[in-house]
Design a protein around this ligand. Structure first.
Ligand code: XIL
Length: 316
């Protein structure tokens, strides 16, 4: 049985993965994608810098391929993302006039959701808005529009695609801490103001053996407000040798971490599903960003299932 069908049997909507369209050309990739996963997140190809690299110049190539593949396999897609401090072009981040920034944001959202609104299940409208201490990150959105930018972006997205589930997505909110408590206040404020917020994304980029033991409690901070909480970017990085290989002790630790996260989602009816941030170590973003770490995914370099894969299977 696939991870997707096991998840559905357990009452979840999906078991998903992020990927980039060009991975589909790599030998061995698409068979695993098609057999195990029924939800896709474009790893980069709906980000602003990819989809509208210059004003009014749209590049739909990669995102079209992912949407088309989802239609072919009957999978759902989480869009990612609109307002972020990263992978956003200079023509946007250099804007200082609030009206201009709002109009650029609105036309971007209208273009993306005009094309894909009916093909998407959810969208990370806001990505990574908070610092670890719970204050707002300094980015063009906050610096020019203040806290209002979240509600503004949510309103634009809702107007463009009324049935889409709109999310705020962040990391380090998977535990009860300053950041997740601040996020809960932000969410509560948006809901009180009638803003169209449907869910919170727990990115869940964890380190082997350091997965928080209070993910369920943190999730409850948001689901008690009536929001969904999706696991949006799960991976568990572990120390690797200079070939990118982890030893079996770490792979067993990692398997427990994966199982723990999946079981939290299973045990909360407001968690629609789990998305892994890539399923094959060969394509993982981790080694390029976290020196000395890798092997973060469910499958190894040649798509052999790792202990984490079997642990997730057992948990589902
Ligand atoms: C990462 C991608 O995986 C990389 O390919 C890219 O170079 C940088 O972004 N949080 C997010 C994701 O919300 O969009 C990031 O994805 C990982 C961290």
């Amino acid at each position: 049985c696939s991870l997707a069908s096991l998840a559905e049997r357990s009452g979840k909507l999906y078991f998903g993965t992020a990927y980039q369209s060009f991975y589909m050309a790599a030998e061995g990739f698409t068979p695993v994608l098609d057999s195990e996963f029924d939800q896709y997140t474009p790893e980069n190809e709906m980000k602003w810098s990819v989809i509208q690299p210059e004003p009014n110049v749209f590049n739909w190539t990669g995102s079209d391929l992912i949407i088309a593949h989802a239609k072919k396999t009957g999978s759902i897609v989480r869009g990612h993302n609109f307002c972020w401090d990263s992978q956003t072009p200079g023509y946007v981040t250099n804007i200082t006039d609030p009206d201009e920034l709002k109009s650029v944001l609105k036309s971007h959202i209208d273009a993306v959701l005009g094309r894909y609104g009916n093909d998407l299940y959810a969208f990370d409208v806001i990505n990574e808005p908070l610092n670890d201490n719970g204050t707002f990150k300094s980015n063009v959105w906050y610096n020019v529009l203040g806290e209002d930018y979240l509600g503004i972006a949510l309103d634009y997205a809702h107007a463009a695609a009324p049935n889409l589930n709109l999310y705020i997505n962040d990391y380090n909110i998977e535990s009860v801490n300053n950041k997740s408590q601040a996020m809960a206040k932000v969410a509560q404020g948006l809901l009180a103001a009638g803003k169209p917020l449907n869910g919170i994304g727990f990115e869940s980029h964890f380190i082997g053996g350091e997965t928080p033991d209070d993910i369920a409690e943190s999730m409850k901070q948001f689901t008690d407000l009536g929001l969904d909480v999706a696991i949006t970017e799960l991976d568990v990085r572990v120390p690797v040798n200079n070939m990118g290989i982890a030893n079996s002790t770490w792979l067993e630790i990692q398997a427990k971490d994966y199982a723990q996260v999946v079981s939290v989602c299973l045990n909360n009816t407001k968690c629609p599903g789990v998305t892994v941030w890539g399923f094959a170590d060969y394509f993982s973003w981790i080694p390029g960003v976290f020196a000395g770490y890798g092997a973060a995914d469910l499958y190894g370099f040649t798509y052999q299932p790792k202990p984490a894969f079997y642990a997730v299977q057992d948990t589902l």
